[in-house]
Ligand binder design. Structure first.
Ligand code: AMP
Length: 118
């Protein structure tokens, strides 16, 4: 299990495989910094995951190690996706960090949710 201080990135995690096109996803947005796709077990009317195009285990790893251009580009993509998909004019975002934070896929991702919980 990766620790937050010295994360080990598993290149076979499911989101890495989606990024490489080896596993399917329902894509809603893509640019040079990010890919966004529908969560397979949606917890709200809209539930999309956004992932950066880089090997980062968690939000902590991304924030500490990614180049500034990728950090900026990724968060701009997140808000672009959220604004596009939001229902009733609002949304919420979150990121689980580490096993104790409920993270189960160890490629940094942001949950974008909008509308009633399902
Ligand atoms: P977490 O790591 O706890 O922040 O959440 C991982 C999320 O990824 C969960 O909400 C899963 O439903 C979702 N998930 C896992 N595998 C896939 C997949 N192949 N395609 C889309 N979403 C997935």
């Amino acid at each position: 299990m990766p620790s937050q201080s010295s994360p080990i990135y598993d290149r076979n995690n499911i989101f890495a495989r989606i990024l490489r096109g080896e596993a399917p996803c329902t894509r809603v947005y893509e640019d040079e910094y990010a890919l966004a796709f529908r969560d397979i077990y949606p917890k709200a009317q809209v539930h999309v995951l956004a992932i950066p195009k880089g090997e980062y285990v968690s939000l902590t790893d991304f924030s500490q190690s990614a180049p500034p251009e990728l950090i900026t580009g990724f968060w701009r993509a997140v808000t672009r996706v959220a604004e596009t998909l939001s229902v009733a004019g609002g949304y919420r975002i979150g990121s689980n960090v580490g096993p104790g934070g409920g993270q189960v896929v160890f490629h940094f991702h942001v949950h974008i949710l909008s509308g009633p919980r399902t």
